[in-house]
Design a protein around this ligand. Structure first.
Ligand SMILES: *Cc1c(COP(=O)(O)O)cnc(C)c1O
Ligand code: SF4
Length: 336
């Protein structure tokens, strides 16, 4: 926790995002205590199934105190249900291990290559396929960029580079500068897309140095955020989104349909409205990757389709996301 006195905080600049990153809550019992839910500690799983709790404190402040069903809390709190082995839920749900061209680069879809720029995230989302991914030191960030850039350079069919992960904005801005430098002499890449949850879970990451980097990139820029519930937004997130747009980025959002979190038409309608208020368009609503430990979040396809129909009846078309699933071997996300 920040221990400075209130007066010292008024006169000091905003805390550095790396410091906030380090101060994230990692102890489930502490998280429950912060929310006045001490009694739930007895229901925590005996271990974290190899995927630790991690959540920035700013995100915790957006959770409702005393509410065990809070939609933000349920995204991050380890549950006993994760330990169940369920048929059809595997370790490599999206076939990424097979699709790796050169270290850290996934080229599954025409025209777009996805660089696993970092294996780290500021938040650990319990439903994420990353919980079993052997990212480790294999990241592009660990000096493998040259290989990935060489692949990009050699394939004129690739016009869009997607930075993903993990969360690419977990990298220092100086690392991102190195990468952008490497792209400068690859004329066929004309779009840069960044898949990131950081503007939502740690909006302080969108600082002046990052914005200067983004604004200077002479490519079309798309930032695809990841928010699943309207409550994930507050004034700091709105401000981060506004600054990203000022730096020239088009803002989109992908959400995952999650039982008990956003599998209700009001929640989905509110999310779309809230996104648009922040200047973000809904892009995808994903059926979750069938990864071991996430079965209790799954919503069946019939209900998913009915929810999107209900959204269509209540929202302008541009606020209705495309309902998709990722299927290993497909050439695009598969619409439902
Ligand atoms: C999801 C994904 C993309 C992006 O797909 P879009 O439909 O363009 O958003 C690109 N590459 C890989 C490997 C992906 O998994
Ligand atoms: S990759 Fe995205 S969904 Fe997965 S843990 Fe990181 S932020 Fe969450």
């Amino acid at each position: 926790m920040i221990t400075a006195s209130p007066s010292a905080r008024l006169s000091s600049p905003a805390p550095d995002w790396r410091q906030l990153w380090r101060e994230a809550v990692t102890d489930p019992a502490e998280l429950l205590a912060l929310l006045g839910l001490h009694e739930l500690a007895a229901q925590l799983p005996p271990n974290d199934a190899g995927f630790a709790l991690r959540v920035p404190r700013g995100f915790v402040t957006r959770m409702r105190h005393g509410d065990a069903r809070d939609p933000l809390l349920l995204q991050v709190l380890p549950q006993l249900a994760e330990l169940a082995e369920v048929d059809g839920f595997s370790m490599d749900a999206v076939g990424d291990l097979a699709a790796r061209e050169s270290r850290g680069l996934l080229h599954k879809y025409e025209g777009r290559a996805l660089l696993i720029a970092s294996g780290s995230c500021a938040v650990n989302c319990r439903y994420c396929f990353r919980r079993h991914f052997p990212y480790g030191e294999e990241m592009a960030a660990a000096g493998q960029w040259r290989q990935a850039l060489a692949h990009l350079r050699s394939d004129p069919g690739i016009t869009e580079l997607i930075l993903s992960g993990g969360d690419p904005l977990s990298l220092a801005t100086s690392k991102l500068e190195e990468l952008a430098g490497g792209l400068a002499d690859i004329p066929h890449v004309n779009r840069l897309r960044i898949h990131t949850r950081l503007p939502v879970v740690l909006p302080e990451r969108i600082d002046d140095a990052f914005l200067a980097w983004l604004a200077a990139i002479p490519l079309q820029k798309v930032v695809v955020l990841h928010a699943n519930h309207a409550n994930e937004f507050d004034a700091a997130v709105d401000a981060a989104c506004a600054r990203l747009r000022e730096a020239g980025a088009t803002l989109l959002n992908q959400a995952v349909l999650l039982k008990g979190i956003n599998d209700h038409e009001d929640a989905l309608v509110d999310l779309s409205e809230r996104l648009f208020a922040a200047g973000v368009l809904p892009y995808y609503l994903h059926q979750l990757d069938r990864v071991q430990g996430a079965a209790h979040f799954e919503v069946d396809d019939g209900r998913a389709l009915a929810l999107v129909e209900a959204m269509r009846a209540r929202l302008p078309g541009y606020l209705v996301p495309r309902l998709v699933r990722e299927v290993a071997g497909d050439r695009s996300k598969r619409p439902l």
